[in-house]
Design a binder for this molecule. Sequence first.
Ligand code: TYM
Length: 332
Amino acid sequence: RPRVLSGIQPTADSFHLGNYLGAVRNWVTMQDTCDAYYMVVDLHAITAGHDAKVLRDRTRVSLAQLLAFGIDPTRSTLFIQSHVPEHAQLGWVLSCITGFGEASRMTQFKDKSAKQGAERSSVGLFTYPILQAADILLYQADAVPVGEDQRQHLELTRDLAQRFNHLFGKTFTLPEAYIPKATAKILDLQDPTAKMSKSSSSPTGLLEIMEDKARSAKKIKSAVTDTGREILFDPEDKPGVSNLLTIYSALSGRTIEDLVTAYAGKGYGDLKKDLAEVFVDFVTPIQAATREYLDDPAQLDKMLAIGAEKARAVASQTLAAVYDHVGFIPAK
Ligand code: TYM
């Protein structure tokens, strides 16, 4: 069975719809066909400033949401990144074969450090994609289910794997990005030229899984749509309406063509009203299940201990091979 690995940051009180439709939805389906490793990447979550208590809470909420979405710890390995010290260890080795210029070209780093101010950005933010490469290569992953915004990090991961293999002998599997076609980039409801993101300028553009449902419905009803009145799928000229159709289709299982036919002659208001209902129906059971998982922290901890042990079994083997191949003498 192919091996898959992916990760998500615990940097908000809730995941947003882009996280689910771009990535986590595929995590859930891939559990059945793959040997799956999924983690909450708390090491990555401290690269841009954070509060310790908030991080603790968000890490738990993240895990609870993943379970609520259907990640099943008996069919996949679910763990917290910091429970497996090999991530940081391999990250160091990979940082030593990464070019400074190469790391400087990562667009997510450029965007985030431009926002924070280059002087104030941490070195951890700069080396973030190298740690991500370590996450993936430690598990010898064949495929990495992510949204479009992670494509460049996956390319760096492949480059580093290839370089290491060339320098020190075959050690790593070359991973492929697994990016969904229709939902690779869910757009901001208020600014459909930008991706939906927790750092977006307007909170009304963001659909959060755990937020008050009436508030989400309101956000959908006030989503920016395009000039004209017809409900058509045209991402170039009608990005707002097309984004709503993409979301509607993904959450309902109906095809875009089917939706376009069904809404012929109807208005944007009808589409938004119905989509608000579809969204609320989708998040209602997820919210309830998330709360249930949070209510039983002992059970969550037990599951995490098992996940960490399963993950370390794989990660430690890869790291041992890496240390040997680069010439470190083993501790006796
Ligand atoms: P993060 O936590 O920002 O996002 C988690 C996943 O959600 C996807 N995503 C989206 N997909 C579609 N439309 C959107 N608007 C949207 N916004 C976010 C992201 O592509 C991602 O798949 N660097 C990673 C975390 C990471 C990782 C890894 C991923 C660390 N190590 C190893 C894979 C493998 C990140 O910041 O994701």
